[in-house]
Design a protein around this ligand. Structure first.
Ligand SMILES: Cc1ncc(COP(=O)(O)O)c(C=O)c1O
Length: 442
């Protein structure tokens, strides 16, 4: 046993998530500080953060009002039990979120990560149907190329093979809509593709196959984020809404990335003019500063649960850290900052310039597609023959070690999503550095 005063100074013990550990440990990439658009390395290099951390630091890093709010909360109320008790700020944050969300999505259950939010939403869907005497509705429909975190519920409805294949059968009875991505029809186009709304009709086929009475909910990301930024075809989400409504199936929008300004609105639901039955959120709610997530549900879902004797718990679900005081303080300060600086509007105003900067990478070696929407863009690189992911990994290494750039890369796809405070000259810098890296890994 190591003595308590011993300072470990080696990389071995930490098992990094979603990381090739052996490659990383041979040549580590470390951040020691951050401010606004930049990370700082332990040796003092200033690295552009072109993916807002992991799509969460929407207002830029270590913003003063958020830091102060967290510090004050830590000194005032470090913890309050969320079961059977509350603290004033958590009610305030819920009310603020209800005002921001569309329609009657007025009730929030808090959790701590996007994965927990997704599993919470799936459980609420099951409990809702069961409370209404439709307990046969247990099936979920996700979508190919969807990402809904790493809980058993999330990987079951998710559609990324690498996240699923090692973990057995997962949730039973899940089916998947086809991805809406079709390179031949949409390559190098910005925003929502003109083609593809009819892919929502696949849901009708699935209802024919499984029967609506077995289906609890459909869950999709309005824009698929982690699999490379795939915007919905025009009219597709509207169709999903119509079909689900007709058949008593709940529609869950997973807005863990698309919430809080990434698409120029508080939620993508507003951009697309749709009121889903539930919205999951995380990341940007606290600007990434303290873990927090949640599920917003429509009034009828909440009310369905408010039956039975009043002393009995209505939903047997929750987390020790649901609505943690530090996260709530960070959330309140974050929402205030977004409003004060008009960051959602700024993102919308910058969408075109950002798309132009990204699309100007067309023609560089191995660039197979570029898909900008909002302040987010996926850039597909052709894989090295027989070695999928290697070109992407080489890009990560070059970006960090040689070009002072951080951008999220999954397999051979680069996903650019700068903080919403970024402006045109930042887009230019990001573009130039990515261009250099793309050439270097050709
Ligand atoms: C749409 C979506 N859902 C869920 C998650 C999972 O969030 P977390 O990593 O906080 O569990 C993510 C993470 O990127 C996401 O993009």
């Amino acid at each position: 046993m190591a003595p308590l005063d011993m300072k470990p100074n080696e990389l071995e013990s930490y098992w990094l998530p979603f990381t090739p550990n052996r490659s990383f440990k041979k040549k580590p990439r470390l951040f020691a500080g951050a401010k606004d658009l930049y990370f700082y390395t332990p040796d003092g290099r200033k690295v552009i953060d072109a993916s807002s951390g992991l799509f969460c630091v929407n207002a830029g890093h270590t913003r003063e009002p958020i830091v102060k709010a967290i510090q004050e909360a830590a000194a005032r109320l470090d913890f309050a039990p969320p079961f059977q008790y509350g603290h004033p700020q958590v009610f305030e944050l819920s009310s603020r979120l209800a005002l921001m969300a569309p329609g009657d999505l007025d009730y929030t259950l808090f959790a701590n990560s996007g994965s927990e939010a997704v599993d919470t939403a799936l459980k609420v869907a099951l409990a809702y149907h069961r409370s209404r005497g439709e307990g046969s509705r247990t099936r979920f429909i996700g979508r190919e190329r969807g990402y809904h975190g790493v809980g058993f519920g999330g990987i079951s409805v998710g559609g990324m093979v690498a996240n699923r294949k090692m973990f057995g059968n997962m949730l039973a009875g899940v089916d998947h809509l086809p991805t809406t991505y079709d390179r031949a029809r949409q390559a190098f186009s910005a925003g929502e593709p003109e083609w593809g709304a009819d892919l929502a009709d696949e849901l009708v086929r699935m209802i024919g196959l499984h029967d609506a009475s077995t289906i609890a909910a459909v869950i999709v990301e309005p824009v698929a984020g982690s699999t490379g930024c795939i915007a919905p075809p025009k009219g597709y989400l509207e169709k999903l809404r119509r079909i689900t409504e007709q058949h008593g199936i709940l529609l869950i929008f997973d807005e863990v990335i698309t919430g809080f300004g990434r698409l120029g609105y508080p939620f993508a639901s507003e951009r697309y003019g749709i009121v889903p039955d539930m919205i999951t959120f995380a990341k940007g709610v606290t600007n990434g500063s303290v873990p927090m997530s949640g599920v917003m549900v429509r009034k009828p879902i909440y009310e369905t649960h408010m039956q039975g004797p009043e002393h009995v718990i209505e939903l047997f679900h929750g987390y020790t850290y649901s609505g943690h005081p530090l996260a709530v303080a960070a959330g309140l300060a974050t929402l205030e900052l977004y409003k004060d600086e008009g960051l959602f509007e700024k993102a919308l105003a910058n969408e075109k310039a950002f798309a132009e900067a990204m699309l100007s990478l067309k023609g560089l070696p191995n660039v197979a597609d570029i898909r900008p929407v909002g302040l987010m863009a996926g850039i597909d690189l052709d894989p090295l023959p027989g070695k999928p992911g290697l070109r992407g990994y080489n890009a990560i290494e070059r970006m960090f070690h040689e070009h002072d750039l951080y951008v999220r890369v999954t397999s051979d796809t680069i996903i650019v999503a700068p903080p919403l405070i970024a402006g045109q000259s930042d887009f230019g810098q990001i573009r130039d550095r990515i261009a250099t890296v793309i050439k270097a890994v050709a």
